[in-house]
Structure formats: C-alpha cells, structure tokens
Ligand binder design. Structure first.
Ligand SMILES: Cc1ncc(COP(=O)(O)O)c(C=O)c1O
Length: 476
C-alpha cells in the first residue's frame, strides 16, 4: 500500500501509559509482568533511517510497506527495532509467526535439524521429517485420512499446485474465484486474485478461464439483500446465471475460496455460504479448493477455518503459519485426486527438512493449547471491539473468528463510505504508539497477533488501538 515513506515521519506522540496500565491491571489481576511497548527514539530512529535509505535504494519498490518498522529481534508477541524500540506485534509477520517470534521450542527444533541436514530435495530423495509432516497434515486437514501432500515454499505456490492439480485431475480448464480474493501473485494465483487492481495492473494477459463472482460480503451485499432471507443469493447467482449463461459447468475444474477472506478485508461469510458452495460443486462435479493460507493453522480458533462451516473441501492450500516463520507451503487433497504422474509437478526447495522440523513442532504447539488460546482470546477481542462499534458510527463493522479479526471504518453508518485515509492513519498512529497493525481491504484494519498472546498483551494492544482511533477520528 506504500502508505508513507520514512522521510515524512514526524516525532512520535508518547502513549498515555498511566491510564493504560491501570486498565490492564484491573483486567488481568493474575499476570506478573505488565510489559508495554517502549518507543525511546523518534520513528524511524537513526539506525532505522540508515537501513531505510539502503532499502529504498536497492530493494524492489513493489513491496507494500505501511510504515517504517525496521525490526531486529522478536520474542513472542514483541519485536524490537534496530534502535531498541519495542513494539507489540499484532501482524505476526502477516499471519506467519503463529507460535510467536522465535518460540524456543521451534528454534530448538530448527537448530537440531540444521545440524543434521539442511537440504536434500524431496523432489528426488527421501528424508524422514517430510514424510512425518505429510502424515501429520493428512491427519489434521479435514476429510478422510487417505490424503496426499505436495510441499512447496509459499502460499502462492500452494495455490499454483491446487490449480494445476485441479486441471490435471478433472481434465477441465476453467476456474471460478471471488471478488476480493487474494490467492497470491504468481501468474496462476494472480489470475484468481481480485483484491486490488494494483496487484493486476499491467500484468495481462493472465491465465485463461477464470471467472470472478461476488463473495458473501454481507456488510456490503452486492445484491443488496439480507442473510438468511437472501437464500445465499451470491451462490445462487453462480448456479442460475453464471453456469447457465456464461461458463459451461463441465469445463470448470475448481472453485477457489477463502473460508474467511483475508487481504480482501477480513470478511467472514455467513454460515450458509461455504456449505452452499460445497453443494454447488457437488451438483456439477467441480472441485472445491479451500485456500487456508491465511486462515489456517489455528488462526481462527480451529485448525482450519473451513471447520467453522462444517464443510470439507477437495483440495487445501496451506502456508504462512505452518512453520512459524520458515518458508513452507503445502497443498493437500484426497489421495484419489492427487493422481498425477511423476514429473508432472515438483520444486527443488519444497519441503525443506528444516522447515518441516519447524512445522512439526509448530503443529504440536498449536494442538497443545494455542488453537484454544486463539478461540478464547478471539472472543475477548471481539467483545471489546464490538463495544467500540456500539460507541462510534465510524466503526462500521467488527468481524472475525479466533484471532483473525477485522475492523472496518466508514464515513457513517448509512453511506458506509470507505475511509481509506483514516484507516491508514489509525495504522500509522498505532505504530507511533508501539503497536504493529496491518490494513486489509479498502478500509479495514486486521488483528492477527501471534497465537501465543496472553490476555494482558491483547488488552494492551487494544488500548493502543483505541487511543489511535480516538486520535484519528478526534473523539473521546
Ligand atoms: C489467502 C491467501 N492465499 C495465498 C496467499 C499468498 O501467499 P504468499 O504470499 O506466501 O505467496 C496469501 C498471502 O497473503 C493469502 O492470504
């Protein structure tokens, strides 16, 4: 998004720590320490400025930086920048460090594996923890145990795999995807992505055969209807119009869907949407691909977000939180679908043994309490943010599951006009106060802290967010 360049930053406002501290104490009596962000220099500080200058000179300008955070170290939900400023991280490295920054057990697993074997290439050789991780993923991904796993290095690659696999298995060429979707930036994945035109501009022609339809964004229903009276009109449209007038259903290999839309604005569809899609796919023998890259690995208080909708997909794309920060992606499907021949798809670095070791430890930690923590603290955060919505008209919508929460800002409740500049200002003001947040969609802020966060840290972050909101919207 390239919100503001480092050069235009002003000196940070100090936090009103007194009020925040006392509030937090009242909320979390049993917690021993009350760690707070600590912004000791102007932002960016002197060391950060030097790195920013170098970065601006040598690094691709295509990245979307919201603010100049130059991070040196991280532990749990806390990160420290090169000037010693301490921030509370509610971005989790864009939803990646599920177990927190440098979880000691993950670091230990990485160290042990690094000392044994760094790389061998699962494409041509075998090693134990790739097979072990595949077995584990086959167990935890929804559906029958009889599954197979293709390993890759990123979310986009896991989507590419799903696209190729769907074509290969079905011998059909077309796909259906949703407006607001983000599936990655490689050519195949980008062809499905429809979150911002800046992601697609000047890259045409994209892949043939992708048709986009409206996601179930009930707060801004494209059909101007209300759920459940609408009868899930957005899925009905695919059946009644798209597949009858535009796209022959027997040519469609797969429907790609995020069970909770991520980059598009942290949009939670109504309960009937994903099941209706499943029924549509069954009706026309189309594969349903569940992109869990952002919503998976415990983020939403269940291991995979699609579990909230009691629905199973045919193919799953997974990445981000799977290995707590090491690059790894996976595409998982029923064994009967992953029926391609040797040589049809592979990647040299995919399923790297060190990443697999990190993933096995990550899953163990998720299963031993972190998914539960996400569910519990997600409720706490939603309750508190919903209060904010009751209080202020400009907080248009608060939505989420577990620790995947979006707050959408609007001009007013009637027009629901997106207020992108103000959203950006809230993100920026939070940064100045020591909280790292990211935007999502046109006018929303996303909350995706590491799943190790405790209640006190959660309230500290929400306190800062509220201060930033009040400052930007000039309310008390
Ligand atoms: C739902 C979803 N799919 C795919 C991707 C692409 O992942 P990556 O950036 O690792 O290629 C993302 C990234 O944000 C995502 O949120």
């Amino acid at each position: 998004m390239g919100l503001m360049r480092a050069e235009v930053m002003t000196k940070p406002k100090r936090m009103k720590t007194k009020r925040t501290v006392s509030k937090n104490r009242a909320r979390t009596k049993n917690t021993k320490t009350n760690r707070m962000p600590n912004i000791a220099t102007e932002l960016p500080g002197p060391k950060a400025k030097r790195i920013l200058n170098k970065d601006h000179k040598y690094v691709s300008p295509s990245y979307t930086r919201y603010y100049p955070a130059v991070i040196e170290r991280g532990q749990g939900v806390w990160v420290t920048d090169v000037d010693g400023n301490v921030f509370l991280d509610f971005s989790a490295g864009i939803g990646v460090v599920s177990t927190g920054h440098c979880h000691p057990e993950v670091v230990k697993a990485i160290k042990e594996q690094s000392a044994k074997l760094l790389h061998m290439s699962g494409t041509d050789f075998y090693y134990p923890n790739q097979a072990n991780l595949a077995e584990k993923l086959a167990e935890i991904v929804p559906g029958a145990k009889n599954k197979k796993v293709f390993f890759c290095n990123s979310g986009a690659e896991s989507v590419e795999c799903a696209m190729k696999l769907a074509r290969y298995h079905k011998r059909r060429s077309r796909y259906i995807a949703f407006t607001g979707a983000f599936h990655g930036r490689t050519f195949g994945a980008l062809s499905l992505t429809a979150s911002k035109v800046s992601q697609r501009r000047h890259f045409a022609p994209l892949l043939f055969g992708v048709t986009h339809v409206s996601y179930a964004y009930c707060y801004r229903c494209p059909f101007h209807l209300q759920y459940p009276a609408c009868g899930v009109a957005c899925v009905k449209y695919i059946d009644d119009v798209l597949l009858k007038k535009v796209v022959p259903p027997e040519e469609v290999a797969a429907v790609f869907v995020e069970p909770i839309q991520g980059e598009g604005g942290y949009i939670v569809p109504p309960p009937g949407f994903i099941p209706a899609l499943r029924a549509l796919c069954d009706k026309y023998d189309i594969l349903l691909v569940d992109d869990e890259v952002q919503s998976g690995m415990g983020r939403t208080g269940k291991m995979f977000a699609i579990e909230h909708f009691n629905t199973k997909a045919d193919i799953y794309s997974i990445a981000k939180g799977i290995a707590s920060g090491l690059p790894l992606g996976a595409c998982v499907s029923r064994a009967g679908i992953m029926d391609w021949e040797p040589g049809s798809h592979a990647s040299t670095f995919a399923g790297n043994p060190v990443s697999c070791a990190a993933a096995l430890k990550t899953i163990e930690l998720l299963e031993n309490g972190l998914v539960e923590n996400a569910a519990r603290l997600g409720e706490v955060a939603l309750e508190r943010l919903s209060e904010l919505k009751k209080q202020y008209e400009f907080v248009g919508d608060v939505r989420g599951k577990g620790l995947m929460i979006g707050v959408e800002f609007v001009g007013d409740a009637i027009s629901k006009e997106p207020v992108k500049d103000r959203r950006n200002a809230v993100v920026f003001e939070s940064f100045k106060r020591g909280l790292l947040l990211l935007g999502a969609g046109e006018s929303a802020v996303r909350f995706i802290p590491p799943l190790v966060i405790n209640e006190q840290e959660l309230h500290t972050g929400l306190d800062i967010f509220e201060q930033a909101v009040r400052s930007v919207f000039r309310v008390r």
